[in-house]
Design a protein around this ligand. Structure first.
Ligand SMILES: [Zn+2]
Length: 292
């Protein structure tokens, strides 16, 4: 749990910020700060009073000026920038440097303290760009269809599945998607994303998956799409994208969260940064006046 001066960051608190609509970032609170898309997507699975804000528009949380910035991880995913008296803070939530088809383009700004995810925070994670991964995906689909097999894709049913749906739409493929995936896609369509390719007898099958699919459990016409999967079309920053973000933010202090948080913080210290990892399961953390 990360609570800074009473404000929960993807952590439950009276006032809580929820960065995006993945269940591992769900929060409860008397007031939940989020984007409209995050509210709509979350409301399919949970209740809660959401106060929504557009990107890049200042608002106040008590005495503190704050702003949401696009995080690029999925539709509506946000970072929060807060100006405390003693320091400014940028909390990224899950974040992506490169632009995805169904997420707003991320942008970053200078901050004294940066709290950054580290899902893929070690150098062995070096993903293809989304456009390169897209080419591989289409080649896979074409190859399976040439063999008269139905290409079947497995992906997180919120966010990644809609990204795949849109890519396949752009390349002219109809998709038979699971009911849950379609349900979330309908919420996407309330915003700036439209799908023209959802069909009961689609050429490509798209299924949701929560856990990693081992490669040997898949047939040649099946593909698991994840940074940990066979096709590394990821909606998270890889190590190298994380480094680009840090260069933009120029923080005096870095806190790393999730995944490879400890390893990433150690690597950053080796590069001369003042970095520390935050364990997600730790007790509520309060960061008191930050000193140099
Ligand atoms: Zn996420």
């Amino acid at each position: 749990m990360v609570i800074v001066k009473g404000i929960g960051l993807d952590s439950s608190s009276k006032i809580a910020f929820q960065s995006h609509a993945h269940t591992d970032h769900f929060v409860s609170g008397r007031l939940i700060i989020a984007t409209k898309a995050t509210k709509y997507l979350s409301h399919l699975r949970k209740g809660g009073f959401y106060k929504v804000y557009p990107f890049n528009k200042s608002f106040y949380i008590g005495d503190y000026k704050a702003k949401l910035l696009p995080a690029g991880h999925m539709l509506g995913s946000a970072q929060i920038y807060i100006e405390f008296d003693e320091f400014s803070l940028l909390y990224t939530g899950d974040v992506k440097w490169f632009k995805l088809r169904t997420a707003e383009k991320s942008c970053f700004r200078k901050a004294d303290v940066l709290m950054i995810e580290a899902t893929y925070g070690v150098p062995m994670f070096n993903f293809p760009t989304p456009r390169e991964a897209e080419k591989k995906l289409i080649a896979f689909v074409e190859e399976a269809l040439d063999r008269e097999k139905t290409p079947t894709l497995y992906a997180n049913q919120v966010g990644k599945a809609q990204e795949l749906l849109k890519i396949l739409d752009i390349h002219g493929y109809s998709v038979k998607a699971s009911r849950q995936i379609v349900k979330f896609a309908k919420v996407y369509e309330k915003f700036w994303i439209k799908f023209n390719n959802i069909s009961k007898d689609g050429e490509v099958t798209l299924r949701g998956v929560k856990t990693q699919k081992p490669e040997n459990s898949l047939s040649p016409s099946e593909l698991y799409v994840s940074g940990f999967g066979q096709l590394k079309l990821s909606n998270h920053a890889d190590f190298w994208e994380l480094m680009r973000i840090i260069e933009k933010v120029k923080p005096k202090k870095i806190y790393t969260l999730y995944g490879y948080a400890e390893e990433f913080a150690r690597l950053l210290r080796g590069l001369g940064y003042n970095a520390e990892s935050l364990r997600n399961d730790a007790l509520p953390l309060n960061i008191y006046p930050f000193k140099g």
